[in-house]
Design a protein around this ligand. Structure first.
Ligand code: TYD
Ligand code: MG
Length: 451
């Protein structure tokens, strides 16, 4: 093994033979840390170097196994893919260990146990948690260990149905001298676990702590090494948790699941739309409910706008949380030009309630209406939901999946939907009793309809 020292950026993993005050790859200051350089003791890949003719490649469908919680399956894109490595990040105390112990309980079967490795807690501590979750006779094996080689050995022998590693920052390989949690260790651990997963077709969950800056385990470089990256986040009111997808090689990335932390673990919430609208004020100017698509399913969320005269004349504030800033600026310019309002003396704040991100153009109409509702100080009619993209001439353009959006609104008790006229033909012949669909082709007409 060739040894020497190398300086590794703790932010992006860039390697340099000499110290740098500023990383020349990511531009961060004071991130270069000296580490022992070692050639990765790489195993030779099993399917060795022979090129294969395209037409000879056999089709494989990814084999999936269902985890116990439907919503979690959904987030994974329809179940857990055999041999996949799933990284779950979150702040300490959010419930990562709880979630994965529950998943272990549900996955373990008589002939295929689950191996749960903890580098953070003792077996007794894990058992205390397991007791709360009602774990008893399920075949869940626990291993309190931080040495990577021992963990890999155990997993190789046991061939578990799934492997959980809690957390990637506490495990270290004896082949590297740097301490656990450094970028080189975390990458080495991920790398070796990845090979184990593929070799034995064992799905692996890697738990990762999130740093204050909000990046997964500091090293961004981990995210491209795994198949799936999930983020487990808290909601304002402490009991709610949102599991969302940042990356998925086997499914869509905008799926999310919502859980409630209770006395005996995490319980999935079946109706996310109702959850996100639960604190919606009635008859409040500036509040608009939009029907948006998250992943494969529709979701109703509330957009709130506050327009108030500015104290910063010449430089009024524009703030938006959960919406694309550039898109909002564009829509505001459009309202000024096409509808004739002047925002020069107004601060404008926009927010998506519940801390969600809405990044589809179908939210445009909701943004425009919420801003105008706030300026006019007039609420939208009760029980009205909206969706539609707004073009630069003030036209309302059609969007994808109108039927799913309308049906979601109806199921939550909405009586009217404002939507693009161009989407109406797609609703023809559908049974939409109980909800009125108003098709519109311009922002001006929408305003006449609403106010
Ligand atoms: P934990 O899974 O240990 O979080 P993480 O692994 O992300 O650090 O969960 C921590 C919190 O969850 C802790 O404050 C206790 C709480 N909790 C419950 O409220 N109910 C439960 O059934 C369990 C197991 C934990
Ligand atoms: Mg934990």
């Amino acid at each position: 093994m060739k040894k020497g020292t190398v300086f590794v950026c703790q932010n992006c993993g860039f390697r340099s033979p000499k110290w740098l005050g500023r990383c020349s790859q990511c531009g961060q200051w004071n991130t270069m840390v000296e580490e022992l350089e070692e050639e990765f003791a790489g195993e030779v890949l099993e399917s060795g170097g022979e090129p294969v003719l395209y037409q000879d490649i056999k089709e494989t469908t990814n084999q999936r196994i269902p985890v116990g919680i439907d919503q979690f399956n959904n987030v994974l894109g329809g179940g857990l893919v055999l041999g996949s490595v799933v990284l779950i990040g979150g702040e300490p105390g959010i419930g990562k260990s709880t979630l994965l112990l529950q998943v272990s309980r549900d996955l373990a079967s008589e002939d295929r146990p689950v191996l749960y490795v903890s580098g953070e807690e003792s077996l007794e501590q894990i058992k205390l948690r397991g007791d709360r979750l009602g774990l008893s006779r399920e075949k869940v094996y626990l291993l309190a260990e931080t040495a990577l080689e021992k963990i890999l050995n155990a997993a190789d022998r046991m061939k578990p149905r799934a492997l959980v590693i809690d957390s990637v920052q506490t495990i270290f390989s004896s082949q590297l001298t740097s301490s656990p949690g450094t970028i080189s260790q975390v990458r080495e651990v991920t790398n070796r676990v990845f090979r184990l997963a593929k070799r034995n077709q064992i799905p692996v969950f890697l738990i990762g702590h999130i740093t204050k800056e909000g990046s997964l385990a500091g090293p961004k470089s981990l995210e491209h090494m795994v198949d799936v990256v999930l983020l487990f986040e808290g909601e304002r009111d402490h009991h709610h948790r949102v599991l969302r997808v940042l990356k998925n090689r086997f499914g869509p990335v905008s799926e999310l699941a919502i859980f409630e932390m209770g006395q005996s673990g995490l319980k999935p919430i079946d109706n996310p739309s109702a959850f996100f609208l639960r604190e919606r004020p009635k008859n409040e100017p500036g509040s608009v409910v939009i029907s948006t698509i998250k992943g494969s399913r529709p979701l109703l969320v509330e957009i709130q706008a506050l327009v108030s005269s500015t104290l910063f004349s010449g430089n009024p504030r524009r703030m938006s949380i959960g919406l694309d800033h550039y898109r909002v600026s564009m829509l505001l310019a459009l309202v000024e030009k096409k509808v004739g309002y002047s925002f020069a003396g107004e601060d404008i704040y926009l927010n998506v309630a519940g801390g969600l991100e809405v990044d589809e153009p179908a939210a445009d109409l909701g943004v425009v209406l919420s801003v105008i509702s706030s300026i006019k100080n007039l609420p939208l009619p009760r029980e009205m939901a909206v969706f539609g993209e707004v073009g630069l001439s003030g036209e309302i353009r059609s969007v994808s999946q109108p039927l799913a959006r309308v049906k979601e609104a109806r199921s939550l008790g909405f009586e009217t939907v404002l939507m693009p006229a161009g989407n109406l033909p797609q609703l023809q012949g559908e049974d939409l009793k109980g909800i009125r669909c108003l098709g519109l082709d311009s922002v001006r007409r929408a305003l006449a309809q609403v106010f």
